[in-house]
Design a binder for this molecule. Structure first.
Ligand SMILES: NC(=O)c1ccc[n+]([C@@H]2O[C@H](COP(=O)([O-])OP(=O)(O)OC[C@H]3O[C@@H](n4cnc5c(N)ncnc54)[C@H](O)[C@@H]3O)[C@@H](O)[C@H]2O)c1
Length: 399
C-alpha cells in the first residue's frame, strides 16, 4: 500500500442552470475578472453573452480574452497574463473546454509571477519545473467547463504546448487549483457529436490509465473507478446520438471531474504512460487529445498491458464491459475487443496516417515521448519502463 495525502479544495456547484450563479460567485473573489475563452464555440452557443450579463449585474467587470486555441500554447498564456496585468484584474474566469481552463489557470499564475509560461515547463532547462510542488500563489480562478472531458475544472494541472520546441507537457502545482467550479450540464448540449465522442474517450483514458497499473490495496478507488467507467461506457453513445440528453450530459460531466481526482487516483503510485505517448502527437500535429488517446489505446493494451497486467485488463472487462471468460489472459484480449467495439460505436476508427502524419516522423515523435515523458530517465514509467522501442512499436501499430 502506498501512503497518500489528499486535497480537493475546489468548491463545486453542480446543476442545470448553475451558470446564473457566476456573478454572485465571482463577486466573492474579485471586482475585475479576466474572462478567458476560445474563439467561437462558447459565443455561438450564447454562453459567453449570458456570463457577461450575470457578471455585470453583480458589479464584476469582465475583461474579455477570447484567443485560446485547442491544445493551448504558451504564447497565448503569456498574452493573456499581460492583459490581466494591464487591466489589474483580480480574478480569472475560464469558460470553455480543457484547453481554455488549462490556459486560464496558467494565466492566473503568470499574471502574478510575471514569468513566461514556458519557465514552468519540463523542457526549459533553466525553468522552475523542479519547484512546482511548492508554488502556491496565483490570482483566484473560477472554472466553467463547457465540455465534459479533462477534469481541469477542479484539479491542479495544466497542459500547454510550447510551439517553438513542440513540447506538450503537463504541470501540476497547488496554485492551479480553481477556487470555484460551476458545473452546468446544459452548457455541454452544443458540443458536437464528434467532440463528445473523443471527450468521452478522454474521460475513459483518465479512468483506466492508473487503474490498469495500480499498486495493490486500492479497493475503494477501484470500485469508484469501475462505476465511473460503466457510466461513461453507457452514456457516451447516448450523448453522441442525443446531444440535449440531460441525464447523459450530467453523468459525463461529473464523471469527467471525478476521473482526475483523489477519489479515483489516491494511492495508485502510477503515472499516465498513454498520455505521455499522446502528447507528441498533439504537440507536433495538433491532433485533438481525446482522439489521439483513443487511437493509441488499443495497441497500448495489446503490447504492454495484456502482457504485464492481464489481471487488471481482465478485471476492467468483467466489471465494465460484460466480459465473462474465467481465464485472465483470454479475458484481457476479450476486453480489448470490447473497448474496440465501444470506440467503433462512438465513431472513433481513425489511424495516425489519417491525420497527415508522415511515416518518417514516427521516430521523432517516439524520441519526443521518451525525452519529455521520461523526464530524463530514458523510458516512460508504467507497468514497466516503456522504452523507445515500445513507443515506436505502438505508433507503428496504429499508423
Ligand atoms: N488539466 C487537466 O487535467 C487535463 C487533463 C487532460 C487533458 N488536458 C488537456 O486539455 C485539452 C483538451 O481539452 P478538451 O478535451 O476539453 O477540449 P478543448 O478545450 O480543446 O475543446 C474541444 C473543442 O470543443 C469546442 N467546444 C468547447 N465547448 C463547446 C460547446 N459548449 N459547444 C460546442 N463546442 C464547444 C472547442 O471550441 C474546441 O474546438 C488538451 O490540451 C489536453 O492535453 C488537460
Amino acid at each position: 500500500m502506498i501512503p497518500y495525502e489528499v486535497s480537493f479544495p475546489t468548491h463545486v456547484l453542480f446543476g442545470c442552470g448553475e451558470l446564473t450563479k457566476i456573478g454572485s460567485e465571482a463577486a466573492k473573489l474579485g471586482h475585475k475578472a479576466l474572462l478567458v475563452t476560445g474563439g467561437k464555440a462558447v459565443r455561438a452557443a450564447g454562453i459567453l453573452q449570458r456570463a457577461i450579463q450575470y457578471l455585470t449585474e453583480s458589479n464584476v467587470t469582465p475583461i474579455l480574452y477570447d484567443r485560446i486555441e485547442p491544445n493551448p500554447r504558451t504564447s497565448s498564456v503569456d498574452a493573456g497574463a499581460a492583459l490581466a496585468r494591464e487591466h489589474a484584474c483580480d480574478l480569472v474566469i475560464a469558460i470553455g473546454g480543457g484547453s481554455v481552463m488549462d490556459a486560464a489557470k496558467m494565466i492566473a499564475l503568470t499574471a502574478k509571477s510575471q514569468r513566461p509560461a514556458y519557465d514552468y515547463m519540463r523542457g526549459n532547462p533553466d525553468g522552475l519545473f523542479a519547484q512546482l510542488a511548492t508554488i502556491t500563489d496565483a490570482l483566484p480562478i473560477i472554472t466553467v467547463p463547457t465540455v465534459a472531458a479533462t477534469g481541469s475544472e477542479a484539479n491542479e494541472k495544466s497542459v500547454l504546448t510550447h510551439w517553438d520546441t513542440h513540447e506538450k507537457s503537463s504541470m501540476s502545482m497547488p496554485a492551479l487549483f480553481p477556487r470555484t467550479a460551476l458545473l452546468d450540464p446544459t452548457l455541454t448540449y452544443s458540443v458536437p457529436s464528434r467532440v463528445t465522442a473523443e471527450s468521452s474517450a478522454d474521460i475513459f483514458s483518465h479512468l483506466f490509465e492508473a487503474y490498469l497499473i495500480s499498486a495493490p490495496s486500492t479497493h475503494v478507488q477501484d470500485g469508484i473507478t469501475e462505476s465511473l467507467i460503466r457510466q461513461v461506457v453507457h452514456f457516451a453513445p447516448i450523448a453522441v446520438a442525443e446531444p440535449r440528453h440531460e441525464e447523459a450530459r450530467s453523468t459525463l460531466l461529473w464523471a469527467s471531474t471525478l476521473a482526475i481526482s483523489p477519489f479515483t487516483l489516491a494511492g495508485r503510485g502510477a503515472g499516465y504512460p498513454l498520455h505521455q505517448l499522446e502528447h507528441p502527437l498533439s504537440g507536433h500535429y495538433d491532433i485533438s487529445h481525446g482522439r489521439g488517446l483513443s487511437i493509441l489505446a488499443l495497441p497500448y493494451f495489446r503490447q504492454i498491458i495484456a502482457h504485464d497486467r492481464p489481471d487488471r485488463l481482465a478485471r476492467m472487462g468483467r466489471q465494465c464491459f460484460g466480459v465473462t471468460h474465467p481465464d485472465d489472459q483470454q479475458a484481457a484480449f476479450d476486453t480489448i475487443d470490447a473497448v474496440a467495439a465501444w470506440f467503433a460505436r462512438l465513431g472513433i476508427t481513425e489511424r495516425l496516417a489519417d491525420f497527415g502524419i508522415p511515416h518518417a516522423a514516427l521516430e521523432t515523435l517516439a524520441e519526443d515521448a521518451i525525452r519529455i515523458g521520461g523526464r530524463g530517465s530514458g523510458s516512460i514509467a508504467g507497468s514497466r519502463p516503456i522504452s523507445l522501442r515500445d513507443v515506436l512499436a505502438i505508433y507503428e501499430a496504429c499508423y
